[in-house]
Design a protein around this ligand. Structure first.
Ligand SMILES: CC(C)(COP(=O)(O)OP(=O)(O)OC[C@H]1O[C@@H](n2cnc3c(N)ncnc32)[C@H](O)[C@@H]1OP(=O)(O)O)[C@@H](O)C(=O)NCCC(=O)NCCS
Length: 171
C-alpha cells in the first residue's frame, strides 16, 4: 500500500491569499472535475493535448491515484478547498527522465503560481533521482513555451509536427 507523503505538505502565502500545497490524494478526484469547469477549453486542450470540455471521473481517478515515486503530483488548494493548480511528473520506465506537466486555473494565471508549483516539483524530482524533465507543448501554446523557456527548458520544433518537445537537465 502507498503511504501518503504528508510531510511534503506546506502552507504558502501567494498573491495575498493562503494556499495549501500538498501531494495529490485519491479524495481529490471530485475537486479535479470541479476545477476543470473553471478552466478554459483552451487551457484544458493545451494541458491534455486533446479537446475535452471537462475532466471525466475516470481521468480524474487516474490523475489522483498515484504512487508518489514513479508518478508524482502536487496540488495547490485554496481556503475554499478548491484545487487551483497541479504540477506532475511521470517517470519514464527504467529511466532517470520524467515527463512533466502543469496547469493553473485560468483566472489565476500570470501571478507566479505555475512557476512556484513547477519549482517544487523539480526539487522533489531531484530527491527521487530524476535527472531530466521533458514535455510536449502544442506549438500554438505561446504561454507555455514562454513559461518553460523562463524555467530554462530548451525547445525543439519539428516542422512536420504540431508539438514542441521541451527538455531540461535537473543536474
Ligand atoms: C503555462 C501555465 C502553467 C503558466 O502558469 P502561470 O501561473 O500563469 O505562470 P507564471 O505566472 O508562473 O509565469 C511564469 C512565466 O511564464 C511566462 N508566461 C506565463 N503566462 C504568460 C502569458 N500569458 N504570456 C506570455 N508569457 C507568459 C512568462 O515568462 C512568466 O514570467 P513573467 O510573469 O515574469 O513574465 C498556465 O498558463 C496554464 O495553466 N496554461 C494551460 C495549461 C498548459 O498549457 N500547460 C502547459 C503544458 S503541460
Amino acid at each position: 500500500m502507498t503511504t501518503y507523503p504528508d510531510f511534503l505538505s506546506q502552507h504558502i502565502n501567494w498573491y495575498g491569499s493562503r494556499l495549501l500545497v500538498r501531494p495529490v490524494c485519491p479524495d481529490d478526484a471530485p475537486r479535479f472535475v470541479a476545477a476543470s469547469f473553471l478552466c478554459s477549453a483552451e487551457d484544458l486542450r493545451f494541458r491534455f493535448l486533446n479537446s475535452i470540455r471537462r475532466l471525466s471521473e475516470r481521468l480524474a481517478a487516474q490523475l489522483t491515484q498515484i504512487d508518489y515515486e514513479q508518478h508524482m503530483a502536487f496540488v495547490a488548494e485554496n481556503l475554499k478547498g478548491e484545487v487551483v493548480a497541479v504540477a506532475r511528473f511521470a517517470r519514464d520506465t527504467l529511466k532517470k527522465s520524467a515527463e512533466c506537466a502543469v496547469i493553473v486555473r485560468t483566472d489565476l494565471q500570470r501571478h507566479g503560481l505555475g512557476s512556484m508549483m513547477h519549482k517544487l516539483l523539480e526539487d522533489y524530482a531531484v530527491t527521487r533521482g530524476i535527472t531530466e524533465f521533458w514535455g510536449v507543448v502544442d506549438q500554438d501554446n505561446a504561454r507555455a513555451l514562454s513559461f518553460f523557456h523562463q524555467l530554462n527548458f530548451s525547445a525543439s520544433f519539428r516542422i512536420d509536427l504540431p508539438f514542441v518537445h521541451i527538455a531540461k537537465s535537473l543536474v
